[in-house]
Design a binder for this molecule. Structure first.
Ligand code: DOR
Length: 436
């Protein structure tokens, strides 16, 4: 975890429409930040340094529990500096990094080295998921207690599903005694033999598909084991209507939460008609019925929050035919705008629920983040809901370019991101008007 101490300097953010579902705030207010925390919320607050936020919305900083910053090993695709810059550009103030790196984050020495780099290089709060199994192989458990001592925040084999239910059950039991939450990528590899969703689109394209059961069967197994072991389990990137319904059923009997991604909420598998490698992602883009199912589940809280699965890949890994391309999309920088444009302006989700699903709910899951209240960390996202912008390679802070929204016109732009009272992303610079 990054130990950002935060800015000690006082700053008053003036005149923004403050929306924080966690604290039931929705009004034009001023917010005083001091010592890296929110000090006061009120009207007509004045300060030595003021940031004029007239016309902007102020949300609790977004929290993304699923990101691949490719460090160590593939810093050509993303490193801590570029990953955290991309997160900040998307309004994210807290991120959980996945361990499918090279080397895999499965030993305390590797984890400790990463934590030290984060402390030096990250502009946002970054937490590390250590591997659940050595080498992510789903065979031998990692030394979770030692990994926790070295700074692990949770455990996950993300990128791969655990294939053996007995092994997964032991992993849950061990994680529970180590006091670590488990993030699960649910995929049965004996069913997931294709490269896209198996359905009409895959048949028309003549590309091998993987059935939805590859996700659903693994999700059902994971939920049954979570209920039995009592482990704290988070199911990530839920992409089918049935998996979402299964999560809803098991919420009554297991300590389980779940997320879905901006791409599964906004895109469908007809895009793969173009056969471009760009559209390969895991779990795959699904048909409209699944998109509608996960949207409904996010709206009613069955799916707790949004996580991006920010997965940078070098151009040479994406500019390939579907079957050869690496799976994954960039996520941080477009998440809010894609969801605001498609779901909120499209009348499918309230702005309040979107903010809750990007700030409060994942902030609660991480612990102590995602709210604007006196004493809370001064982690905030300033947003211009009226700005229209086109996603282009030129305006991405990530080191990679594999955004599924390239060329798309979106509405809603993050104009400033504050972490621990410090402005870490400032898109309009001086125009922002921090008065000293
Ligand atoms: O599409 C994906 N890409 N899904 C995953 O689960 C892993 C990720 C990656 O690491 O590239």
């Amino acid at each position: 975890m990054s130990t950002r101490s935060g800015s000690t300097e006082e700053l008053v953010v003036r005149g923004a429409r403050v929306l924080d579902p966690c604290s039931e705030l929705d009004a034009l207010l001023d917010v005083r930040l001091s010592g890296g925390r929110v000090a006061e919320i009120g009207e007509c607050l004045r300060g030595v340094r003021e940031l004029d936020a007239d016309g902007l919305h102020l949300f609790p900083g977004f929290v993304d529990v699923h990101a691949h910053w490719r460090t160590p090993g593939r810093e050509d695709e993303e490193d801590i500096e570029s990953g955290s810059a991309a997160a900040a550009a998307g309004g994210f103030t807290g991120v959980v990094m996945m361990p499918n790196t090279d080397p895999v984050i499965d030993r305390p020495a590797v984890l400790g080295g990463l934590v030290r780099r984060i402390e030096r290089e990250s502009g946002v709060r970054a937490y590390v998921a250590a591997a659940l199994h050595e080498g992510l192989k789903g065979e031998r458990l990692t030394e979770m207690r030692l990994l926790k001592e070295a700074g692990a925040f949770c455990v996950s084999d993300d990128g791969l599903g655990t294939q053996n239910a007995g092994v997964l059950r032991n992993a849950m039991l061990y994680a529970k005694t180590a006091g670590l939450p488990v993030i699960l990528h649910c995929e049965d590899h004996t069913l997931a033999t294709g490269v896209i969703h198996e359905g009409i689109a895959s048949a028309l394209a003549g590309v091998p598909g993987s059935p939805a059961s590859a996700e659903d069967a693994a999700t059902a197994t994971a939920l049954i084991l979570a209920a039995e072991t009592g482990a704290r389990v988070h199911i990530t990137h839920v992409s089918t209507a049935l998996s979402a319904a299964l999560v809803g059923f098991f919420k009554r009997q297991a300590d389980v939460t779940a997320d879905t991604t901006p791409h599964h909420l906004t895109l469908t598998d007809d895009l793969i008609g173009s056969l471009e490698g760009m559209w390969r992602v895991n779990p795959p883009l699904r048909p409209e019925e699944d998109r509608a199912g996960v949207r409904e589940a996010l709206g009613n809280g069955t799916l707790d929050f949004v996580a991006t699965d920010h997965a940078p890949h070098a151009s040479e890994e994406k500019e390939l035919p579907l079957e050869e391309a690496a799976p994954g999309f960039l996520g941080h920088e477009t998440a809010f705008a894609a969801l605001y444009t498609e779901l909120v302006l499209g009348g499918k989700l309230s702005l309040r629920r979107l903010v809750e699903a990007m700030s409060c709910a994942p902030g609660r899951w991480v612990g102590g983040l995602g709210s604007i209240s006196a004493g809370a960390p001064a982690d905030l996202a300033l947003v211009d809901l009226s700005e229209e912008w086109t996603v282009s390679e030129r305006n991405l802070a990530s080191r990679s370019r594999n955004s599924p929204y390239l060329g798309k016109k979106l509405t809603g732009r993050i104009v400033g991101t504050i972490v621990g009272g410090e402005l870490v992303h400032d898109r309009i610079g001086a125009a922002f008007g921090v008065r000293a």
